[in-house]
Design a protein. Sequence first.
Length: 386
Amino acid sequence: MNEGPLSFEPGSEPIVWNGQQKSITDFKGTGELFRLLVASVKDYAIYMIDPEGIVVTWNEGAKRIKGYSAREIIGKHFSIFYPTDKRKAGHPTKELEIALRQGRYEEESWRVRKDGSTFWARVVITAIHDHDGQHIGFAKVTQDLSERRQREQERELMAQTLASSNEELQQVAYRISHELQPPLATILSYCKLLSVRYQDRLGADANEFLSKMRDASALIKRMIDDLWTYARVSKIGQPTESVDMERALTDAKTELKDIIESETIKSSELPKVQGNQKQLTFLLKELIQNAIRYKGLMPARIEIVATEADGGWLFSVKDNGRGIDKVAASDIFKVFHRAKNGSESSSTGMGLAICRRILEQHRGRIWFESQPGRSSTFFFWLPGDR
């Protein structure tokens, strides 16, 4: 502090130190070389202020970030860098008081450049004492974080927009479900009533038409249910728990008991993972149901295996079905995609899209391998139970 203010700017050779011109060789073996290093830093404003807050040193980074040259700013109070409301509230003085009392003060807040523009800064103020413990001033380091803050704000805006879109999707799906379920139930009821009361009078053609109406109405109902499920699994920040995948498999098979019949389902010992019980049960149910829906002429044989991989668990669901052709492979996880080699009338085309969304919500992933005409294996990876 007693050696005078330091000013250094690129291209200004020799260096001005305490009013005298010096070359770099004059600094070797002394603390002055360190001061020269600080003066040359461009990404951080690093400078000293005296106990009263007066700027006494200035570096190239300070000039770049704040816009003042050393001659313009040395000798002025550091509160010049603060917005008007902060200055009126006495915030700069309070910062120094805290730094003196606790040894250090740190914050992220707005600062003002010479041209009046503002930037988001990370500021660290450290109290400086001499060898005798006497307080002689403060070291102040300022970093311009404007670009980082802008990126954070863009991410926050994107997250808010996504959350809003998901909320709207859920509301639309709920309204569709709420409004369409009653008339669909009425159609199904009257179709059943016609079949029971007038089956003998209607003839073969009319009864076939009624059967197709029932099947189509049932498919629409499943599509509405799946749309509601897709909207719900898209909701961000849902609570998780430790999920026993053995139990999830048992629940999935119970829900599929009417279609399993002579199908064979085998599994290795399945682990526990962190997630949503209902969603992971749906995931297994949908993959098993797909294997049955697209089976060949023989009863389906389904093998489910779990192995540790990449800090989590890799699951595989292998079948002996018809496989997936290369043309359909790129679209298989899209909403309303239905394979051409299965029972289209029973598929809503949303099951695998829901599976993909479930895995995304669980920080996992899903993919498949297939041999057309022979088999398919769906893989999905989930983080371990933490």
